[in-house]
Design a protein around this ligand. Sequence first.
Ligand SMILES: C[S@@+](CC[C@H](N)C(=O)[O-])C[C@H]1O[C@@H](n2cnc3c(N)ncnc32)[C@H](O)[C@@H]1O
Length: 222
Amino acid sequence: MQRIPEPELMDDHEQAQAYAAADFEAANASFVEQLEALYGGVALAGRVLDLGCGPADICIRLANRHPALDIHALDGSEAMLACARERLNREPALAGRIRLLHERLPVRMLPAMAYDLIISNSLLHHLHDPAVLWDTVRRFSHPGTRLLVMDLFRPDSPQVARETVERYSASEPQVLKTDFYNSLLAAFTPAEVSAQLATAGLAGLTVRTISDRHLLVSGQTG
Ligand SMILES: C[S@@+](CC[C@H](N)C(=O)[O-])C[C@H]1O[C@@H](n2cnc3c(N)ncnc32)[C@H](O)[C@@H]1O
């Protein structure tokens, strides 16, 4: 099935608020688990860059679990960042540890030259040119930067996409079900992601599927 791109930014307020209110407990908890496994059970520390942070749920989970993380969270949507700000206001203990950046990829400058960990969940399928994600990873990493990128992968047919939406989102509002369906159609296959990494000079990273709809890119930059 051919990829059907969707709009990059989630900058509609209703869409951003519905997304921020949705239950991503399983996916976001799994992201944190995968990340902790990447570190082999050792506490995470250092400077983190979250690309396409949305409402910052993953950043908040990480900051609460790992006090030695200093997180820069970037998103191109002001509506999403408003949701993130609202959540952070409810976490006074994290004050100053998560810095929100209103930036749209590709970016030339960020507050740090290089990050110890770069993460991204559900951004890749939004990008019209996926190379901007991998170029950002290269530009803002140092040798040994750890990377974890999770995203949907594209199913074989619209029918499989519809079944997936019903299996996992039957009780969600229609706006979210439509987003999910469009995201599945916009997502890349694992083979396409491997090809993107090879083109970007990041072939040392590993791509694998971790569920019937998610793929994971992980490893360390050379
Ligand atoms: C599906 S949401 C994922 C949010 C968050 N990572 C999570 O796991 O909940 C994708 C986010 O990427 C942002 N985004 C899409 N294209 C972008 C770009 N080119 N630069 C920066 N942010 C972008 C959207 O605005 C949206 O907030």
